[in-house]
Ligand binder design. Sequence first.
Ligand SMILES: NC(=O)c1ccc[n+]([C@@H]2O[C@H](COP(=O)([O-])OP(=O)(O)OC[C@H]3O[C@@H](n4cnc5c(N)ncnc54)[C@H](OP(=O)(O)O)[C@@H]3O)[C@@H](O)[C@H]2O)c1
Length: 267
Amino acid sequence: MVETIPSFGLGTFRVDAAKTTNAVKSALQLGYRHIDTAQYYNNEAAVGQGVRESGVARDAIWVTTKVWWERLSHDALVASLTDSHAKLDIGTIDLALVHWPSPDGAVPIAETLAAMQEAQKLGLIRHYGVSNFTAPLLEEALKAPGGDAIVTNQIEVSPFLANRALVDATQKLGVKVTAYMPLGEGRAHTDATLKAIAGKHGATPAQVTFAWLLSRDIVVLSASTNPEHQKANWDAQKLKLDADDIAKIDALDEGKRNANPPFAPKW
Ligand SMILES: NC(=O)c1ccc[n+]([C@@H]2O[C@H](COP(=O)([O-])OP(=O)(O)OC[C@H]3O[C@@H](n4cnc5c(N)ncnc54)[C@H](OP(=O)(O)O)[C@@H]3O)[C@@H](O)[C@H]2O)c1
């Protein structure tokens, strides 16, 4: 079993179920060992098929899914993870996240965490964690029974949203940060600073972005259905940036948030 969350994963948001199986298979064959999906993405069954058909041993792979915010009450959460478990069909799911906190705390986090523990006892999931939690919400969750087992807070982080206060608070609380939408909805590819740093290292702006996140001890999720992009993204783990590069990327932060739906917490 993979015991800790692997630092570089394949995302599957906005990937059609029809393309997901091949994307998962090619990523696993390239060396990825962490796949991120969600109930909301409607592609859990295709992710599971990719895992099963990849030729990579199931116990070498970490699969995360996420429970939609409308299913956070005890029975709804356990029922939804029973469904995810059946759709993925890969045995116990490695990690289940609360996709978004319950708006206005309608479902107490203690109830949701108790349900996550129930899902563990039933063999549906091995670990649980949260996503899109602000620092106060994360602190509240950590204090609730079972809160000390939260493995990650998955949040938006890109060069244009360094999200420094939340990243620092999460890391100080001993919780791993996982970054989503790392390329700022494609903006990283054309940013002049990232292009210049990429040129200096014979790399791509996407690789520079991922190396910057890894240098901050942040787990990276990058989504691609294109095996060439998947390979290039994976190779970013070999790129080492210098202090000057990192300072220049840090200076790109403008607090530009892309994921901010009506049910998001008050950031
Ligand atoms: N917890 C949450 O609320 C939340 C929210 C959003 C996302 N996520 C997770 O985080 C993952 C990553 O976020 P994301 O999918 O929005 O963003 P992303 O990985 O930054 O962007 C994906 C897009 O970038 C393109 N791309 C990737 N690598 C490329 C490369 N080397 N060159 C050119 N284009 C490239 C892909 O196209 P090609 O397929 O053509 O390569 C795809 O259209 C998601 O898939 C999901 O698993 C979580």
